[in-house]
Design a binder for this molecule. Structure first.
Ligand code: ZN
Length: 356
């Protein structure tokens, strides 16, 4: 597309010298593709191969929300990010600027041009949430690059969801809401994002007590961080492990129990981190089981979570229980039980990191 622009400029020089010069220098000044407006960048950037992601060739990456959960067959249906939450949150509205809208609509098109739209998506991403990268950096609580043992905690959701679309991963043209607003406690009436942060802060403190370096994607509810951005924060911080903290929701009030999700090996982008992530998930599940004396719902491999698919470091997601189950909802807000959960998760994390 750059050739095309030069062509236009050269022709113009002959006809309207002054105007054309101004135009060309303006273009030239902008220089780098990054500044030349996202649409053009996206179209040709896509085929070049995705930012270091494995494979590259548009794999099936059938991002159908049908998780291949080994033991927990239905885990997939009630996880936090899937379409249900996104849809319900659409009504709540993210209240975003027109510019952000424009940028957002570009992304699906770019992704459609070929397989890995990673580069395109990256180029398109910055304009979307106003000053997103800077904001994201500021919101991360000093993600210190530790001795390879940095743990990034990602408390799921935020006060206001953002229903603008973003690619579910580098290998797919499918998009999902940037971040949904999560579920709500049927009994406590507590929003999930509040519980997630409560528990995450306790886990942060516990991990620090044990000598680990911990960074967080958010320490407040008033952020605007997409799931992709959260993954990129971990990538940039060089985290040894990302732990996403969520609570579950289901249409049945009797559904209960924690589960631990990890990225599916069937997605090209997460193939490099799948085995390690699964190992971390197993440790965390075992930790939760030991600390709470409950069996939980097991592990669940997922291919449909943006926060997994954009990650280049091992990543797991703990669904600590169901806020749609009155009893479990209440329990998850009790200090004693929160400490059990935290101890279990910290044990799992510690065991995983001990092997690194
Ligand atoms: Zn959630």
């Amino acid at each position: 597309m750059q050739m095309w622009k030069r062509g236009v400029c050269s022709t113009a020089v002959v006809v309207l010298v002054v105007v054309a010069l101004a135009a060309c220098s303006a273009r030239g000044g902008a220089g780098a593709p990054a500044a030349t407006g996202t649409p053009a960048v996206n179209v040709s950037a896509a085929p070049s191969g995705g930012a270091g992601m494995a494979g590259g060739a548009a794999p099936p990456a059938t991002v159908g929300p049908a998780g291949e959960a080994p033991g927990t067959g239905d885990g997939a249906a009630r996880m936090p990010q899937p379409a249900g939450a996104a849809a319900s949150e659409a009504a709540a509205g993210g209240g975003s600027a027109a510019a952000a809208q424009a940028a957002a609509t570009v992304e699906p098109a770019a992704a459609g041009t070929a397989g890995p739209a990673a580069t395109a998506a990256r180029a398109a991403e910055p304009p979307a949430p106003t000053a997103a990268p800077a904001a994201a950096a500021a919101q991360a609580s000093s993600p210190v690059r530790a001795s390879g043992k940095l743990v990034m905690l990602d408390p799921g959701h935020q006060r206001r969801g953002n229903s603008e679309p973003e690619p579910v991963g580098p290998d797919t043209r499918e998009t999902k809401a940037k971040v949904s607003s999560g579920t709500t406690g049927v009994s406590t009436k507590k929003p999930e994002y509040v519980l997630n942060l409560e528990v995450s802060l306790l886990l942060r403190d516990e991990l620090r007590r044990r000598g680990f370096e911990v960074a967080m994607t958010r320490e407040t509810h008033d952020v605007d961080l997409s799931n992709k951005q959260r993954a990129e924060m971990s990538n940039e911080a060089g985290a040894a492990l990302t732990v996403r903290i969520h609570a579950d929701g289901d249409s049945s009030a009797s559904t209960r129990g924690f589960s631990v999700l990890y990225p599916s090996i069937s997605v090209a982008a997460t193939k490099p981190i799948a085995a390690e992530s699964k190992e971390a998930a197993s440790f965390m599940l075992a930790g939760l089981q030991a600390a709470t004396g409950q069996k939980g719902r097991g592990l669940s491999a997922r291919e449909d979570l943006s926060g997994f698919n954009w990650s280049k470091v091992p990543v797991i997601l703990a669904e600590i229980g169901f806020m749609t189950n009155p009893e479990e909802d209440e329990r998850m807000s009790e200090a004693d039980y929160q400490q059990q959960l935290v101890r279990g998760m910290a044990d799992g994390i510690e065991r995983f990191l001990a092997d690194r």
